[in-house]
Ligand binder design. Structure first.
Ligand code: ATP
Ligand code: MG
Length: 722
């Protein structure tokens, strides 16, 4: 009877309602972008809660980012009509993993106060292990091995389980040994890396059926968003928790879209979608076809593009958002990335003058180095922006140093933190001293800070080093003593002052020093929201979302990878050029799969837009410090003429060459008419990959410069999806 249906159900279409109300037994929702998958999950939780089928603590709900988890919680509150008291098990795979591990650390050989290492720490640690094996770390780079370990962990493999070929591929067949040594070292340090946050719980559940049973009883409902991007380890984890003995309903609901699988490079397995029906027999599979997000033009463009992929499950999408005033997807050209940023800035200001909110606009880039140009431009214009998942505040040098101090105060066994700061600022404790300490600690199997405490009573060190070390040990003792009594922000400030760290930057005459001091101040400020130093450290290791100025009206800048699941009124997609998007790495791979993943990424980008989608490409781009002439992305060719407008930019086309491909489709008269027929264009396509690599020295006054952009491609990983 319709009358009695709660409000939150009445707004759903029949398929959505079915997905929400099918509470007993496995459900898989497989549907395209913007069809309300996330909304279904949120409503399903609201439904479970308000029908009294479970308490908030009995629902396990996995989102792709911490931000998504927070938003979901808020929305549930709105649907249920009151704030939801805790949803302790709503979070990312990793954050839920941390929680499980803190409770049961001893079952996998850790203590509950274990440290979570970031990528930087991991690489330092691996380097030490490689060196300790007497291997040349130039020949066998730690970074490469870190990548291999990460890959194994994504597949759920312990050292004993890695394939022979993999084990042989590194360090003359020592791969397995090194991986095992790394795991041992982590245990000694009472630490784990990101992969362990998934693997340890799996190990723990497998070897402790009673603990697993406890969680089976606890979690009445399990829900997973962005299911297409789960990797093997996550899937194993999920299956352990969700599978029930025969006869007991397996109340697991996963929602996903195979066309939005964009983390294959990090081990995500689209095949998990297919495995679901096998592992959860009797699963109800629900398709949603109505898109509620985007205009017909945006959806049409995205659908046409993604149809170029072969490996698809295939699905229909339609929208009822059709308004003759809707603009088509706009394709713009610019001379170089500086002009691109300038033009995007102008468009944003124009929209702003028409009272569009900056919050409703986003710039989605393929590679994080593209961000800087926009940031610079926006600073000049005084436009507020926020970088989401970008170069993070917490990853800056001075912040890492400061955090190392805090970590060591809270966790005296944290040797990586110790090594990072023992001679920062300089205290006459050079490499020799550190090596002596290291050996001393290893021989006795104690942390380095404890070794330092011991060694100052001996004559193993030179007097100067001994004095320096004596001060360090005394400082940490004192700070540890204050941990429970002094307010944590005060203590943090005291640590930075008394250690001489603040003074180090005050005395530094470099151009960056003032900025670094500001960042340190900002760090202390950001702690105020937390109750303790420990709580803050945990926050930093968990939430690297970089959401400063949450309340400010600001344009969002982020990578396409981190834009998953989000939506904006206006979306700018710069850098659609061969070699950047699709990325050169995908092109070099040959094969279909890399390119298809790039295309899915383009699909994700376009489908983030509700009303306006503006795509840009430039004719010249500086990549790794070298100017290159570039060609428009092949994805532009794959957009349907009926839904796309090619906007002309006077500056870029008034007399400039066009990257060497002569007459092209981007003619004023009829932009797409020539699309597939102009010989010049075809020729250009054939020569494309050569031309992309073609460097040209100096042209139009652009000198060749070498500027390190750092890593291209998506950001190094964080605990979030990103
Ligand atoms: P993505 O694949 O990008 O993650 P999604 O399938 O999760 O998309 P949602 O984000 O849940 O889609 O929904 C897209 C938009 O459509 C949201 O703004 C949502 O509020 C809206 N929406 C979904 N279902 C309905 C509905 N039945 N009525 C009105 N609006 C809806
Ligand atoms: Mg979603």
């Amino acid at each position: 009877d319709r009358q009695q249906r709660p409000d939150y159900l009445s707004g759903l279409n029949p398929e959505q309602a079915e997905a929400v109300e099918s509470l007993d037994g496995p459900v898989l929702v497989l549907a395209g972008a913007g069809t309300g998958k996330t909304r279904v999950l949120t409503t399903r939780i609201a439904h479970i809660l308000s029908t009294g089928r479970a308490f908030p603590s009995q629902i396990l709900s996995v989102t792709f980012t911490n931000k998504a988890a927070r938003e979901m919680k808020e929305r549930i509150g709105v649907l249920v009509g009151h704030a939801v008291e805790g949803m302790p098990w709503l979070g990312t795979f990793h954050s839920i993993g941390v929680k499980l591990l803190r409770r049961h650390a001893e079952l996998v050989g850790l203590r509950s106060d274990f440290t979570i290492l970031d990528t930087d720490d991991v690489i330092r640690l691996i380097k030490q292990i490689i060196q300790a094996e007497g291997l040349d770390d130039k020949r066998w780079p730690a970074k490469q091995f870190a990548g291999m370990i990460d890959g194994w962990k994504n597949k759920g493999l312990d050292p004993a389980q890695i394939p022979e070929g993999d084990a042989r591929a590194f360090a003359n067949g020592k791969g397995r040994e090194l991986y095992a040594a790394y795991q041992n070292r982590l245990r000694t340090l009472n630490a784990c890396d990101f992969g362990d946050l998934l693997l340890h719980p799996i190990r723990m559940f497998r070897s402790n059926p009673d603990v697993l049973k406890e969680y089976h009883d606890k979690f009445r409902y399990i829900l997973v968003d962005e299911y297409q991007d789960t990797n093997t380890a996550q899937y194993m984890w999920l299956r352990l928790l969700a599978q029930r003995p025969k006869g007991v309903p397996q109340n697991v609901c996963c929602v996903g879209d195979d066309d939005q699988s964009i983390y294959g490079w990090r081990g995500a397995e689209v095949d998990n979608i297919l495995r679901f029906e096998k592992d959860f027999p009797g699963a109800k599979v629900i398709k949603l076809e109505r898109n509620y997000r985007s205009t017909e033009h945006i959806l049409g463009a995205a659908a046409h593009l993604i149809a170029h992929n072969e490996g698809r499950l295939g699905k229909t999408l339609f929208t009822e958002r059709t308004d003759p005033d809707d603009e088509k997807v706009q394709v713009h050209a610019a001379w170089d990335s500086e002009e691109e940023a300038r033009a995007v800035g102008e468009e944003i200001e124009q929209l702003q003058r028409k009272s569009h909110k900056l919050n409703d606009m986003a710039i989605l880039v393929r590679a994080s180095f593209q961000m800087r140009e926009f940031e610079d431009r926006f600073v000049t214009l005084g436009l507020n922006y926020r970088v989401i998942g970008g170069p993070r505040f917490y990853e800056r040098l001075e912040i890492r140093d400061a955090m190392a101090y805090f970590r060591l105060v809270c966790q005296p066994a944290d040797d990586l933190a110790f090594e990072r700061i023992v001679n920062t600022p300089k205290r006459g404790l050079g490499d020799t001293t550190v090596r002596t300490l290291h050996d001393y600690a290893r021989a006795r199997d104690i942390p380095m800070l404890a070794a330092a405490t011991d060694i100052i009573g001996t004559d193993e060190l030179k007097p100067k080093a001994r004095k320096g070390l004596f001060d360090v040990v005394a400082d940490f003792r004192r700070w540890q003593g204050l941990l429970e009594t002094t307010p944590h922000t005060e203590l943090a400030e005291q640590i930075l002052d008394e250690s001489g760290y603040t003074a180090m930057w005050q005395n530094d005459k470099s151009a960056e020093a003032p900025g670094r001091l500001e960042n340190l101040k900002e760090l202390i400020r950001s702690m105020e929201a937390f109750e303790s130093l420990r709580g803050f450290l945990e926050h930093v290791s968990l939430v690297m979302d970089a959401e400063q100025n949450e309340n400010l009206d600001a344009v969002s800048i982020m990578t396409l990878h981190s834009a998953k699941g989000l939506e904006f009124d206006t979306v700018f997609l710069p850098g659609w050029e061969e070699g950047l998007f699709p990325h050169q790495r995908a092109l070099d791979e040959g094969g279909r799969s890399g390119l298809e993943e790039e295309r899915r990424l383009a699909y994700v980008g376009i489908t983030r837009a509700k009303h306006r989608c503006h795509i840009w490409f430039v004719s010249n781009r500086r990549i790794h410090g070298l100017w290159q002439s570039t060609l428009p992305s092949r994805f532009l060719d794959e957009l349907p003429i009926t839904h796309v407008d090619v906007a002309e930019s006077e500056q870029s086309y008034g007399g400039y060459g066009r990257g060497g491909y002569g007459q092209s489709r981007f003619d004023k008269a009829d932009p797409f008419q020539n699309n597939y027929s102009t010989p010049g264009w075809k020729r250009a396509q054939q020569n494309r990959s050569d031309a992309t690599r073609d460097n040209w020295g100096s042209r139009s006054g652009h000198a060749v410069e070498r500027i390190g952009y750092g890593e291209s491609g998506p950001r190094s990983r964080t605990i979030d999806g990103e």
